[in-house]
Write a protein that binds this ligand. Structure first.
Ligand SMILES: C[S@@+](CC[C@H](N)C(=O)[O-])C[C@H]1O[C@@H](n2cnc3c(N)ncnc32)[C@H](O)[C@@H]1O
Length: 170
C-alpha cells in the first residue's frame, strides 16, 4: 500500500493487504504512506469522495455561524477533510488518528486546535464527553480500520443534540 507508486495505486490491493495486518503494522503503513505527500497524491489519483460527502453534509447542517461550531475530524489522517471544512467556514477543528506520521503531515497545515494520536474504537479516549458540536469521519470506516463500536466513542464525545456525519466505504 504505502510502497505502491501513484500510477499503479490500487485500493483493492491495499484492502487485501490490510486484512492480514495487526494494529501496529497498519499504523506503520499509514505512517509511511503519509510521508512526502504520497498519501495525498494517491488520494488525488483515486479520488477521495468521502471528504466531499462529509464536509458538505456538515456545511449544509450548520448553515450559519460555522465559525463557532466545534468539529472533531475522526481518522483525520493528513487533514484533507479538515482542510475542506476550513474552506467551508469552520474554524474550531480538532483531529484524532492513531498514526503519528499522518499527524505530522496534518500539523504542517496549521488547521488544528488539537490533534490526538489514538485509535477510535471501543475504548475511552482522552477527549471529554460532549465536547464537540459535530464529528466527521472520512475514510475511517474503511477496510480493517475503525470497528463499528467506534460509534460509541463518537457519540460520547459529541453533544447529544448535535451532528455526526460518517462516510461509509462499502
Ligand atoms: C484512508 S485514511 C483517511 C484520512 C482522512 N480522513 C482522509 O479522508 O483523507 C484512514 C485513516 O484512518 C486512520 N485509522 C486507522 N484505524 C483507526 C482507528 N481505529 N481510529 C481512528 N483512525 C484510524 C489511519 O491512521 C488513517 O489516517
Amino acid at each position: 500500500m504505502g510502497d505502491s507508486s501513484t500510477d499503479s495505486f490500487s485500493l483493492k490491493t491495499a484492502f487485501e493487504e490490510r486484512k492480514q495486518m495487526k494494529r501496529d503494522e497498519l499504523v506503520a503503513v499509514f505512517d509511511q504512506w503519509a510521508k512526502d505527500g504520497k498519501y495525498e497524491k494517491d488520494m488525488s489519483f483515486i479520488g477521495n469522495k468521502g471528504v466531499d460527502i462529509v464536509t458538505r453534509a456538515a456545511s449544509d447542517h450548520f448553515s450559519t455561524n460555522k465559525d463557532v461550531v466545534s468539529v472533531i475530524d475522526i481518522a483525520a489522517g493528513t487533514g484533507l477533510a479538515s482542510q475542506a471544512l476550513l474552506k467551508l467556514g469552520f474554524s474550531i477543528i480538532d483531529g484524532i488518528d492513531p498514526s503519528q506520521g499522518m499527524k505530522d503531515e496534518a500539523m504542517k497545515k496549521n488547521i488544528y486546535r488539537d490533534y490526538v494520536v489514538d485509535f477510535v474504537d471501543g475504548h475511552k479516549t482522552v477527549l471529554e464527553t460532549d465536547k464537540y458540536d459535530c464529528s466527521v469521519v472520512s475514510g475511517g470506516f474503511s477496510q480493517s480500520l475503525m470497528p463499528c463500536n467506534a460509534l460509541y466513542e463518537i457519540t460520547r464525545i459529541v453533544k447529544p443534540e448535535f451532528f455526526n456525519e460518517v462516510e461509509l466505504c462499502i
